[in-house]
Design a protein around this ligand. Structure first.
Ligand code: FAD
Length: 336
């Protein structure tokens, strides 16, 4: 493998319910920032899309930062297949030789990326939270990929010096997507592919949507989260949330105790959220929880313990019983 032949930043496009997911748009934003950080490389940002989506979907990728939209087209690619997607993307990597290949660390991305990395005999850094080019060498295309390790107590930086592409899955909700710009120019290449001889051992019979997943806390403007300190009083949080038009989240301890579903867990092994306001009630502020919410615009913490670590990231801290303070807040809001 001659790693000098590899160039450009490829971003895998995940489509859900006919729309490009935000995590892909965030990767396009990040890829654009990387490209701008090292203009001497002359890299392009290429969004890779499988299937036969509408032209408007392809344009969305250009408007959010792709210089080129590469569409591998076949009518049977609309539904994700591990084996078929892996084979086609491996073929693409062999021909196009991307230097960097980014995949969102979604359920689909976590299924696809390790297989793809193994197939193309490269390494994979999974669940990354930061990317930058080698800070020591301004000409280098070597990527420094940072990810939480040891339960979030440490951050590890991983480099792949000998293999290409430099493949990474990135945690949704961490990178900033660029503002939509409908005046951007970009190229679209539609490349028909053959599925002859390709088959997947898995056949999808039916896709069921879980109703409660209609609520996605990563998109919420305001989140009221409860921890172990709230006990079985999550109804108090919900009443306040209804008043504020907020969503309710929880710490892992609250999830483990069955107070709230895992889909609403905030933190390292849950969702990463960046609402305008995050209200943490009865949450101590373990590093694994902070990893999922510390980028919120404004953090309000309510905790009985004045030394609770959550206060170290809070913009406003209220020392006291959340079960008393929150109903008072709800009452106040009701007055307006
Ligand atoms: P506790 O730490 O028990 O804190 C309860 C807090 O409530 C205390 O600070 C107490 O003072 C306060 N309190 C009690 N009663 C009241 C009251 N009436 N009013 C106000 N305050 C009160 N955790 C996550 O949250 N998300 C994750 O994604 C996550 N991932 C993890 C991954 C790994 C690999 C590991 C090892 C751990 C992970 N954890 C995660 C767990 C994390 O380490 C903590 O154990 C967890 O966050 C603690 O939850 P908590 O703050 O609700 O409970």
């Amino acid at each position: 493998m001659n790693i000098n032949e590899y160039r450009d930043i490829y971003v895998f496009t995940e489509i859900r319910d006919g729309r490009v997911i935000d995590a892909t748009l965030e990767l396009l934003g990040e890829a654009g920032r990387l490209k701008a950080a090292r203009p001497s490389l002359g890299y392009q940002v290429v969004a890779v899309v499988l299937g036969e989506p509408e032209d408007s979907l392809l344009s969305t990728l250009g408007h959010f930062g792709a210089d080129k939209v590469l569409n591998l087209r076949h009518e049977n690619l609309a539904v994700y297949s591990t084996e078929i997607y892996t084979t086609l993307l491996n073929d693409l990597i062999l021909t196009d030789k991307p230097d960097i290949f980014l995949v969102p660390a979604t359920v689909l991305g976590r299924d696809l990326a390790p297989r793809l990395a193994a197939r193309c005999d490269t390494g994979l850094t999974a669940d990354a939270t930061k990317l930058e080019f080698d800070p020591e060498n301004p000409e280098s295309s070597l990527l420094y990929v940072t990810r939480p390790a040891f339960g979030g107590n440490l951050f590890g930086t991983i480099i792949n010096e000998t293999k290409r592409p430099q493949m990474t899955t990135l945690r949704p909700g961490v990178m900033e997507m660029s503002a939509r710009d409908t005046t951007r120019t970009f190229q679209v290449e539609k490349r028909p592919v053959s599925l002859d001889g390709l088959k997947d051992g898995v056949r999808i019979l039916e896709t069921l949507h879980r109703d409660h997943m209609a609520v996605d806390i990563t998109k919420a403007d305001i989140i009221i989260s409860g921890g172990r300190g709230v006990g079985d009083n999550f109804h108090i949080l919900r009443e306040c949330a209804d008043m504020l038009g907020a969503e309710v989240g929880g710490s892992r301890a609250a999830v483990d105790e069955g107070r709230i579903a895992k889909d609403f867990q905030v933190g390292q092994t849950g969702k990463t959220v960046k609402p305008r306001v995050y209200i943490a009630c009865g949450i101590s502020g373990a590093v694994q929880h902070l990893a999922g919410m510390e980028k919120s615009d404004y953090i309000i913490a309510i905790n009985k313990d004045p030394d609770a670590p959550i206060f170290s990231v809070a913009n406003m801290g209220l020392v006291g019983d959340a079960l008393t303070i929150l109903p008072q807040l709800t009452e106040e809001i009701q007055r307006y």
